[in-house]
Structure formats: structure tokens, C-alpha cells
Design a protein around this ligand. Structure first.
Ligand code: HDD
Length: 693
């Protein structure tokens, strides 16, 4: 089944441009497209030139409105496969048979910035999956954080207006560090739990391949007997959860604003397919009220220590789209796209979403027929009486009403023995009322849970992020009000943020101190511990030990890393022991685009050319950003000069010395490659002494 979506897509491919000459939209052959039809060589352009008018008109209409949120994204196709049957909990067909692969399309996104904004901004990342199941499309429209800013969707326009660019000057692009967002946050404490996540390193993922995804809401599984079970969805990346550091993220915005998008594309092209495990937290209906928070409140998690995440399947993304606009831009997700066996809860945020997505797509995609677009088209047959509208591309035949006799009563309704979507029968009883449930009012306990579950360095990054963001807020009262709110989470947090802002520490308040949840810390989410797909730079020049570089490339490449020789310019590099080809010219790249760097024997850094200077900056940046650094032979001397206080011990022999991710050895051998791979797999070394720059 995994290939069926590809076959369906292929039927929509445009005519082969190599199969014949250029034509108009009407299929008329064109032999001249560089000059418009004019009355005389210098004369006016003639209205009669239909090719010219068509070409310009089509160009003038190429753009559609970008998404009101999540405008910038990147997508990929792949498949999902369950580990075992989930029939006990859900009748969803795609979760029954471990032998069945269901095609998927996933779109990752940032939230605040417009389509052209940078990838590595501090922001939530969207993680939306469309499963083309045999029973129709199921969309799991999630984020890389398990909670949300608000509890009721009626506040969504307020929140989005606050976080988006300010209305008078359209600033800032792709950033939350501005007055209106923090004004809103300081007045709306339900945002605080999510703000803790947003200020953490979760908001600057190293890669879409290295972040979790969450359905956020509590949904419902429904089994064949009609029994419901509450469910929260989790995506766990096989490579572990890894983040950038803030300084690195900011520099990357300039060096490669497409950093995450490019990474996804390149790795799929290279056959390094992103993989995620789908897990579920299941809660029996009878246990709905057994937590000290409300399952319907999207600002709360169910700590994994209370309800473990049960793995139920895996998803592999193995194909890039052929056309960004047709597929990634026109894909339309909707929380209400559910299949038999998956249902909603009364979470008021979810209920609002179930209205909003279809509504926004009607304007964004120009009418009601967008489900016919190839990327949105289900694999399951579509038979109904919906008709006409803009961009209708199906030719319906026969009657279009129900009941009918003239059309043979078709399409008929599903019989009791057939799999149809049937809403869970649930008793609903209550006063018509506009009021937040009292069970939604604790906004601090889980914010504190997150804070107390962080490692020291994670807490420091959160403090730094609050200082950065609030430091960009002009309104003094907004800064103070926010710090006042933080004091309800943790007094140390609030005091340290206050100190950075130069304002008095708030009064100590009675703050909650929940038992930490280790599952929340990046320290415990390192994945398979491999260096698969890590980008490693080796700084080379004429005279380098080419054999050593070749050996390194092989040893690290065998473990799945991508090793690139960076030289002062492209072309051949003549080494002490043979020659090698530069993979990239140093001026075209930067340290922030790599996970680790090696100074080989005879490599760059020792001399006083511009390239040596650039190489030294490269290594210093890698050091500041906590990345693995390797040095071999004369490379060690370069490193010692650069970081005299930090290279505390260096190896003079073949046995490598590894200290805080700085790995040295006289020569490359298996032991160096192993130690360096280990330092690279650790991703970032957070507790290094600062470099003197
Ligand atoms: Fe939303 C897009 C995720 C709350 C209204 N949302 C959108 C996308 C993702 C999410 C991943 C991008 C889909 C894509 O790639 O095309 N949204 C979430 C999550 C939420 C959430 C995880 C909270 C749990 N959203 C939310 C609320 C509302 C919306 C409360 C409105 C009441 N979201 C939208 C939207 C968007 C959207 C305006 C913009 C483009 C689109 O839908 O197709 O309708």
C-alpha cells in the first residue's frame, strides 16, 4: 500500500517537458518566447499576442495567501507501519496489521514567521502528518511541544495577533522577543507552561529529524465494541532529540536561513531517512478524573512517569516532494480529518481547531475542491453528493442528492456491518455557560514541573532565553509583570531573570515543587547514541596529511557521518602523503553548519593567511557552541594556541585524550576515530569553561 500514493501522484504529473516543444496552456506549440509581438521592431506591443498575455497573466497569479500561522515549512512523503495490532483500543484500520504500510505526508514548520523567514528561530515547530489510510485520510496535526499556549480556541486570534509581527511596522520576523507577545503572556498565565518550553532548547531543534512530535490534545481511541480510551500521541525520533545553542541558532539564520529545510531534503536524498516511533499514552475512560489536572486542558501533559508511552509503530520519511508549491504548500491538514477508531474529546482548544482548519483552507486554497489536489487526495474512494465550486476537477455523473431513486439510490449509506465513522456515544449534560472550568485553573504546577525536570545547563539556557526575550521588551511594566508571574513557578528562576533585566527580584512566593519528570530533560533523550548523519568538517590545505584525512573520512563515514574536507578553495589539495579533493571551499560554509570539526596534521590554522584565520574562527565557534573538536599531530599545536586554558591535557601519542569533547592524538588510528565519534555522538558539550575571545 505504501506505493499506492506514489502511483496516484504520478497520474497527476504534468506532461513531460522533454517530449515535445513549448506550448501555451491550450496546447498550441510556441516557437518564440523572448520577444513580444510588436507593430514594428520598436513599435507598441499588440493585444493580439495571446502567448504574451497568457504568460504574464499566469505569472501574476502564481501566489496564494500563506498560512496564517505555520507559513514556513518543509515536507516529505513516507510510510507508517504499526508494530502490532492495536485492536484492543482502536478499530482504525491502519493500526491493525503490522504487515501493512500506510503512506504518509509530513509537513514540519515554524509558527510565527512568514514563508520567507529563517528556519532556526526560537519558535514552536509544527509536526503535521497525513496518513492516507484505506479508510480515508487521518491527520495528526501536532507540534514539537506537548502543550499549548491557551486552553480555549476562542483565544487563538488574540494569541496569534500578540505573537505575530506587530501591526504598525511588521516587526519582528520569526521572533517572539517583542512587547505584544510578552504583554499577552504576562496577563494570561495559562501561557506559562508553554512559555517554559518555548524558552528551552526545544525551541531551536538541530533538525526536524531530531525533534519529538506531540498530538497535544487528549484524543480518543474507539474499538470495534464502541469502547473509548483516552489517548495522547507522541512521535519519538530515532536519532534522539537534539538542539542548537542560541548563539549558534542566531548565526545560522544568516549563514543558511534554510538550515532545517535543507537538512531534511539533503538527508532524504542521501538515503538517510528520518525515522520516528509513534507512541501512545492510554487512559481508561473510568480514570478520566484521577489526575490533579484536567485531561481536556491542552496546557497540561500527562507525565510519562504516571502513564508510560507505549510504542505502537514507526514512520519513515523516504521521498522528497517533486514540487514544493503543489505538494508542501498546498497540503491541507485538518484536526477533524479522523478515521473510524479515532475520535475527539471535549477539549475546547481541539473543538475550535475542528472548525478553523477547513475554514482557513477555503480561502487559502481558493474554494472547496482542495481535497482533490494530489497531495490531499485520499487513497480511499470518494463518493458523495458534494458538487461544483471553484476548481472542480472531477467529472461527476448522475444524481447529486439523497435519497434518490433515479441514481439507483447511490451512493448508498454504509450498513451496520460496514466500517463507517460513528461518533462515540457520550452523555453530555450541562448549563449553557461561558466559563472556564475550575479544573483548568492551575497554571503553575506543570510549569514548575518542567523547570525542576531540567538539567543545570537547561535551566541556565531557559534563564538566558527569558533575559534575551524580555530584554527586547520596551515596556517596563510588561517585563516586571512577567517576572512577577515567573515567581509563581520558581523564585530562583524569577530572581535570575530579574537580575539580568536589572530589576529587583520579586517577593518569594509559595511555589509548587513537583517531583521531576526525567522524560522531559534532553539529557535523557539522546536516541540511539550513533553519529548517523552528523556533519563533520576537516580543515585541510596543501601539505595536509591526506592519508590521515582519507582514513578519518572512512572511519567516520562507516558510522554514518558525513565528513567534508574544507579547503581555502575548491579543487585538488596536494598533501604530504598524496592528494585529495576539497569537498567545499571554506569561505562558502561556517562552523554553525557542522556538528564537529577536526584539525588534521598539517591542516589549516597554523599560518597567517585569511584561510588560516577563518579556520581558527571555525574552531573557536565550534568550541563556544559545545561541538566535538578533534586535533591530530600539528593540529594540536593550533588548538593549544587558540584555547590555551581549555586544552588542559593533550595526547602526545597514539592513545587519544578526550576532555569535554576535545579529542587529541598524535596520529589517526581506530582509537582516535572511536573517541571522536563518541564526543560527536554526545552532540554538545555544555559544561566547557568559556573561551577567551
Ligand atoms: Fe494550528 C496550522 C498545530 C492550535 C488554527 N496548526 C497548523 C499547523 C500545525 C498546527 C502543525 C500547520 C499545518 C501545516 O503544516 O500545514 N495548532 C497546532 C497545534 C495546536 C494548534 C499542535 C494546539 C494544540 N491551530 C490551533 C488553534 C487554532 C489553530 C487553537 C484555531 C482555533 N492552525 C490553525 C489554522 C492553520 C493552523 C489557522 C493555519 C494554516 C492551516 O491551519 O492550514 O487553521
Amino acid at each position: 500500500m505504501a506505493d499506492q500514493k506514489q502511483e496516484q501522484r504520478r497520474a497527476h504529473f504534468a506532461d513531460d517537458p522533454a517530449a515535445g516543444p513549448l506550448t501555451t496552456d491550450q496546447g498550441v506549440t510556441v516557437d518564440h518566447t523572448d520577444d513580444s509581438l510588436q507593430a514594428g521592431e520598436r513599435g507598441p506591443t499588440l493585444m493580439e499576442d495571446f502567448h504574451f498575455r497568457e504568460k504574464l497573466t499566469r505569472f501574476d497569479h502564481e501566489r496564494i495567501p500563506e498560512r496564517v500561522v505555520h507559513a514556513r515549512g518543509a515536507g516529505a512523503y513516507g510510510y507508517f507501519q504499526p508494530y502490532e495490532s492495536c485492536a484492543e483500543f482502536t478499530r482504525a484500520a491502519f493500526l491493525q496489521d503490522p504487515g501493512v504500510q500506510t503512506p504518509v505526508f509530513v509537513r514540519f514548520s515554524t509558527v510565527q514567521g512568514p514563508r520567507g523567514s529563517a528556519d532556526t528561530v526560537r519558535d514552536v515547530r509544527g509536526f503535521a502528518t497525513k496518513f492516507y489510510t484505506s479508510e480515508g485520510n487521518y491527520d495528526l496535526v501536532g507540534n514539537n511541544m506537548p502543550v499549548f499556549f491557551i486552553q480555549d480556541g476562542i483565544k487563538f486570534p488574540d494569541f496569534v495577533h500578540a505573537v505575530k509581527m506587530e501591526p504598525h511596522n511588521d516587526i519582528p520576523t520569526g521572533a517572539s522577543a517583542h512587547d505584544t507577545l510578552w504583554d499577552f503572556v504576562s496577563l494570561q498565565p495559562e501561557t506559562l507552561h508553554m512559555m517554559m518550553w518555548l524558552m528551552s532548547d526545544r525551541a531551536i531543534p538541530r533538525s526536524y529529524r531530531m525533534m519529538q512530535g506531540f498530538g497535544v490534545h487528549t484524543f480518543r481511541f474507539v474499538n470495534a465494541q464502541g469502547k473509548g480510551t483516552f489517548v495522547k500521541f507522541h512521535w519519538k525520533p530515532k536519532l534522539g532529540v537534539h538542539s542548537l545553542v542560541w548563539d549558534e541558532a542566531q548565526e545560522t539564520m544568516g549563514r543558511d536561513p534554510d538550515f532545517n529545510r535543507r537538512d531534511l531534503w539533503d538527508m532524504i536524498e542521501a538515503g538517510e531517512y528520518p525515522e520516528y516511533e509513534l507512541g501512545v499514552q492510554l487512559v481508561a475512560e473510568e480514570d478520566e478524573h484521577s489526575f490533579d489536572f484536567d485531561l481536556l486542558d491542552a496546557t497540561k501533559i500527562i507525565p510519562e512517569e504516571l502513564v508510560p508511552v507505549r510504542p505502537i509503530g514507526r514512520m519513515v520519511l523516504n521521498r522528497n516532494p517533486d514540487n514544493f508549491f503543489a505538494e508542501t504548500e498546498q497540503v491541507a491538514f485538518h484536526t477533524a480529518n479522523v478515521v473510524p477508531g479515532i475520535d475527539f474529546t471535549n477539549d475546547p482548544l481541539l473543538q475550535a481547531r475542528n472548525f478553523s482548519y477547513l475554514d482557513t483552507q477555503l480561502i487559502r486554497l481558493g474554494g472547496p475542491n482542495f481535497p482533490q489536489l494530489p497531495v490531499n487526495r485520499p487513497l480511499a474512494p470518494v463518493r458523495n453528493n458534494q458538487r461544483d465550486g471553484y476548481h472542480q476537477s472531477r467529472i461527476h455523473q448522475g444524481t447529486s442528492y439523497s435519497p434518490n431513486s433515479l441514481g439507483g439510490g447511490c451512493p448508498a449509506l454504509a450498513g451496520a456491518d460496514e466500517s463507517a465513522f460513528r461518533h462515540l456515544t457520550e452523555r453530555v449534560d450541562g448549563q449553557k455557560i461561558r466559563k472556564r472550568s475550575p479544573s483548568f485553573t492551575d497554571h503553575y504546577t506543570q510549569a514548575a514541573l518542567f523547570w525542576h525536570s531540567m538539567a543545570d545547563w537547561e535551566q541556565q539556557h531557559i534563564i538566558d532565553a527569558f533575559r534575551f526575550e524580555l530584554g527586547k521588551v520596551n515596556a517596563k511594566e510588561v517585563r516586571e509583570r512577567t517576572v512577577g508571574e515567573l515567581a509563581h513557578i520558581d523564585h530562583t528562576l524569577a530572581s535570575k531573570v530579574a537580575e539580568g533585566l536589572g530589576i529587583p527580584a520579586p517577593e518569594a512566593t509559595d511555589t509548587p515543587r513537583p517531583t521531576p519528570s526525567p522524560a522531559l530533560s534532553l539529557e535523557n533523550l539522546k536516541g540511539d547514541g550513533s553519529i548517523r548523519s552528523r556533519q563533520i568538517a576537516v580543515l585541510v590545505r596543501d601539505g595536509v596529511d591526506a592519508q590521515q584525512v582519507g582514513g578519518l573520512k572512512q572511519a567516520l563515514g562507516e558510522q554514518g557521518a558525513f565528513v567534508e574536507a574544507l579547503a581555502p578553495q575548491d579543487g585538488e589539495v596536494s598533501g604530504a602523503s598524496g592528494s585529495l579533493s576539497a569537498d567545499r571551499a571554506l569561505p562558502t560554509v561556517a562552523s554553525v553548519l557542522y556538528d564537529a570539526v577536526v584539525l588534521p596534521d598539517g591542516g589549516l590554522g597554523a599560518g597567517d593567511t585569511a584561510a588560516d584565520g577563518a579556520a581558527r574562527r571555525f574552531v573557536l565557534d565550534a568550541y563556544r557552541h559545545g561541538k566535538a573538536i578533534g586535533a591530530l599531530g600539528s593540529g594540536i599545536e593550533v588548538l593549544k594556541k587558540l584555547l590555551p586554558d581549555q586544552v588542559r591535557t593533550a595526547s602526545g601519542g597514539a592513545e587519544p585524550v578526550s576532555d569535554q569533547g576535545v579529542v587529541t592524538a598524535a596520529a589517526n588510528g581506530g582509537a582516535f576515530a572511536r573517541a571522536f565519534a563518541e564526543a560527536t555522538a554526545a552532540h554538545r558539550h555544555r559544561n566547557r569553561p568559556p573561551a577567551r575571545i
